[in-house]
Ligand binder design. Structure first.
Ligand code: ADP
Length: 353
């Protein structure tokens, strides 16, 4: 009889252990944190805002904090691309990026990524960031541009002291990671939510023409039936070569989507970059989102000290903005058409094409 209470206590313990295992099986995020993440308990979770696409959470545990993004609709391919990009940048030991830990599928559909949690410094906490496009009507896009410029100036002032470190460390990353496979990446990834094609290609002009400008033009033509921009864009692609005269181009690891929403600094004031769309490309393509990044003179001066400016840098600047304007046209609609079209037309005039 004296064995009975002991046996039932054992059974209860076994049953509760089983239910923990079952619960963990239902939740692969908790499961990873409590096994490979080396935590024995999760003390709290909280939502983090500011993302454009996914839900983000901080998991606090007795082994430190973890940053987790989930997407209920899409499979793990997008986060696998993000993890490969983060790891490639992390391995350069140059600019700070969160170390990715785990990507997986959610049992109810969708996927997740777990990575190092980074405590941002003042510049991030107080930073006002603007989503890529909070306005979805044509009329309001002008207002969006004005706001974007204003917020870029605010942002620039806030992180003024970080600008030079950001420029230097970004250049160190570009310098450190070269590819022997040419231009492209190990997987396709996404720019915003648009697929980004990364087929390895030996020649940069071919890669940028086909997989960056050409791909976006095709999408615009399919989605909006805009044959005018498609044809003028193709005409630019056919005449693009002289823009690269005299430039030495090497495949450097790029963050790929560098705008103020993806730039921060840690509690030491060191720059941090997040949420990449990495590929190996011409380093100047990294400045394609500079219209939303607030890079100032201190940034570029430090950058060029490590990665010297190539002949023709200024005349290629708009060519690299064009990819992102075309992508914004695809993502947010025709409010971005005129910016893209005027870049194309200016080049056609300049190149007498
Ligand atoms: P999305 O994929 O939806 O665009 P982000 O990668 O931009 O999401 O992340 C959303 C927000 O979470 C960011 O604006 C940033 O404030 C915060 N964040 C991103 N990565 C980390 C991290 N490793 N540690 C702490 N906070 C992070």
């Amino acid at each position: 009889a004296s064995l009975l209470p002991r046996r039932s206590a054992c059974l209860r313990r076994a049953a509760s252990k089983l239910s923990v295992v079952a619960a963990m099986g239902d939740d692969p995020i908790k499961e990873w944190i409590l096994t490979e993440g080396k935590a024995t308990k999760i003390t709290g979770t909280s939502s983090i805002g500011g993302g454009c696409i996914n839900a983000a959470q901080r998991y606090e545990t007795d082994a430190g904090s973890f940053f987790v993004k989930t997407n209920r609709r899409i499979g793990p391919a997008m986060f696998e691309g993000e993890a490969l990009g983060l790891k490639a940048m992390y391995d350069t030991k140059s600019i700070r990026v969160p170390l990715p830990y785990k990507v997986g599928s959610l049992p109810s559909g969708g996927s997740f990524i777990i990575m190092e949690f980074i405590q941002f410094g003042r510049s991030r906490g107080d930073q006002v960031t603007l989503s890529r496009n909070p306005f979805h009507t044509k009329k309001k896009v002008t207002l969006h541009f004005i706001l974007q410029a204003f917020i870029s100036i605010l942002y620039l002032e806030q992180i003024g002291h970080c600008q030079s470190a950001l420029g230097r460390k970004l250049a160190e990353m570009h310098k450190a990671a070269k590819s022997d496979k040419g231009y492209g990446f190990y997987v396709e990834n996404t720019i915003g939510s648009t697929p980004q094609i990364n087929t390895w290609t030996a020649d940069w002009i071919e890669f940028y023409s086909k997989h960056r400008l050409g791909y976006q033009l095709e999408l615009i033509s399919q989605r909006f039936g805009d044959s005018a921009i498609y044809e003028k864009g193709q005409q630019l692609i056919e005449n693009i070569q002289p823009l690269f005269d005299g430039a030495v181009i090497e495949p450097c690891l790029l963050h790929g989507d560098l705008w103020s929403g993806n730039i921060s600094s840690d509690t030491n004031g060191d720059p941090v970059i997040l949420d990449p769309a990495c590929y190996y490309g011409h380093n100047e393509a990294e400045f394609g989102m500079s219209w939303c990044a607030g890079f100032g003179g201190a940034f570029y001066n430090s950058y060029f000290e490590v990665m010297p400016k190539q002949p023709g840098f200024e005349k290629r600047r708009d060519l690299y903005l064009l990819y992102h304007y075309l992508n914004h046209y695809n993502l947010f609609g025709s409010g971005y058409r005129s910016s893209a079209m005027s870049i194309i037309e200016d080049y056609l005039r300049m190149l007498k094409a």
